[in-house]
Design a protein around this ligand. Structure first.
Ligand SMILES: [Fe+2]
Length: 458
């Protein structure tokens, strides 16, 4: 920390939005020892500030206990950056027009992420997790007092202008805190309200987290669904039609083989799909399953499946005969990156017998009825490659809920190359409508998901 103060003190030249960013980019986060510099909040629900320096620009360390956020505020006449040292922060943007305040969008920043705060923006920072977050803030010019800063209270619709007496930029009732409060000054529309027609929304996470963290995020997303909605997504009619088309195709391929002894289902879940596929195939094979959720594994075990509670990419070896087929349905896209997908396909190859079949389905980057084209636009416009993203990476949440999951959208070439590089030959690719024409076979991956049947070269 002393070193950063020293570096700031020896700053030369004008402070601009660009030069300030270059300065931060030149710092090494691993050198910062902030633990003893943290200030505890003065009251519950607030954050703690430690001002490190005010000249030539302000640098302040902020300690965000679990769940704590700032007030919605507008800063005029200053700009800056917020650098995440620990934990996560959501940066939530608002638009104020006449008497309307609209929550426009949010971005989640994780350790190492840098939040730009341009002049004139209305926003709020929020720690969305149950762990503390720590951030280092840089502002120019320094906020010597909060005099004139505008706060928006979403519950009452009031706008308050802080006085030079205000100690924090939070909405509180300390006498002299505000210069002026205009009551019923705006009507608030939340993001969930104006997006209520959409079941899920995309959210950028910056930078892209490590594969282990992505696995945890996906796990938390699915348990949130399970506990709050009893898997309503899985029972949604269009998804069901899609899923039953995939299951039927898998069953037809398996049914056409002379004899099937062992099939493994990766991400087996409760085993419902694996059992229905076996029944339709009329082949009396043994079903083996792998799943990361112990709750799911327990249900699948009760249903008579040989279940292994593990992550397919990192799991211990499982004791099975060489397999006739492996299914990886509705889950392959949740793998965190190309390296993880390569490892997953290599392991599939090892467990299959020569000539064994591999079935998987993928979201198509070129499907105009899905997020792919918009994800590509975001990737280009927000320079997400610089944040560790691959083309086709998408983070999303269910409208109105907290947890964020990851999925990758594929091009046809990317998917086929991945299989070819790992010793598979293509048997057939079917394209199946998902959101539009759900469950129908469509002519190309521009109109639906890709369902791929590949064979281990013998
Ligand atoms: Fe701010």
């Amino acid at each position: 920390m002393e070193e950063i103060k020293h570096k700031i003190a020896s700053w030369k030249g004008p402070v601009t939005f660009k030069s300030l960013k270059e300065f931060i980019d030149g710092l090494d986060q691993s050198d910062i020892d902030y633990e003893n510099w943290l200030t505890d909040p003065q009251s519950p629900g607030d954050y703690g500030r430690t001002i490190l320096t005010l000249e030539p620009f302000e640098c302040v360390l902020i300690h965000w206990p679990a769940g704590v956020g700032s007030a919605v505020h507008l800063h005029e006449g200053l700009f800056g950056y917020v650098w995440i040292l620990e934990g996560d922060l959501d940066n939530i943007f608002f638009q104020h027009r006449e008497d309307q305040l609209i929550e426009k969008n949010s971005t989640r920043y994780v350790k190492g992420g840098l939040i730009p705060e341009p002049d004139g923006v209305i926003h709020k920072l929020q720690n969305p997790t149950n762990k503390r977050a720590v951030s280092l803030h840089f502002y120019y010019p320094a906020i010597e007092s909060f005099d004139g800063m505008k706060l928006f209270d979403l519950d009452s619709g009031s706008i308050g202008e802080l006085s030079d007496q205000a100690q924090t930029a939070s909405w509180n009732t300390t006498p002299g805190h505000f210069k002026e409060v205009s009551e019923k000054a705006f009507q608030f529309t939340s993001f969930a309200e104006w997006n209520s027609a959409k079941s899920h929304v995309m959210v950028n996470v910056i930078p892209k987290p490590e594969p282990n963290r992505i696995r945890e995020m996906n796990g938390a997303y699915f348990s949130e669904q399970a506990h709050r909605y009893d898997f309503s997504d899985f029972n949604q009619p269009s998804r069901q039609r899609y899923v039953s088309q995939v299951d039927q195709l898998v069953a037809e391929y398996l049914g056409s083989l002379p004899k099937v002894n062992d099939v493994l289902d990766i991400a087996v879940g409760t085993g419902r799909r694996a059992l229905s596929i076996r029944e339709m195939s009329k082949q009396p094979y043994t079903i083996h399953g792998v799943d990361i959720s112990d709750e799911m594994c327990a249900i699948a075990t009760d249903r008579g499946i040989d279940v292994h509670n593990q992550d397919w990419v990192h799991g211990a070896e499982i004791d099975v005969e060489p397999l006739d087929a492996i299914t990886f349905l509705y889950a392959f896209g949740h793998l965190a990156n190309r390296e993880t997908r390569m490892a997953a396909v290599q392991r599939v190859y090892r467990y299959l017998k020569p000539g064994g079949l591999f079935f998987l389905d993928l979201f198509s980057l070129r499907n105009v009825n899905e997020w792919g084209p918009r994800a590509m636009e975001r990737y280009e416009n927000s320079h997400l490659d610089q944040q560790g993203y691959e083309r086709g990476d998408v983070f999303y949440r269910k409208t109105g809920l907290q947890e964020i999951a990851f999925v990758h959208y594929f091009t046809r070439e990317e998917a086929l190359n991945l299989l070819a590089e790992n010793g598979f030959e293509l048997v057939k690719m079917h394209c199946i409508g998902y959101a539009k024409n759900p469950g129908e076979l469509v002519e190309s991956e521009e109109k639906g998901n890709m369902f791929i049947v590949a064979r281990k070269s013998s």
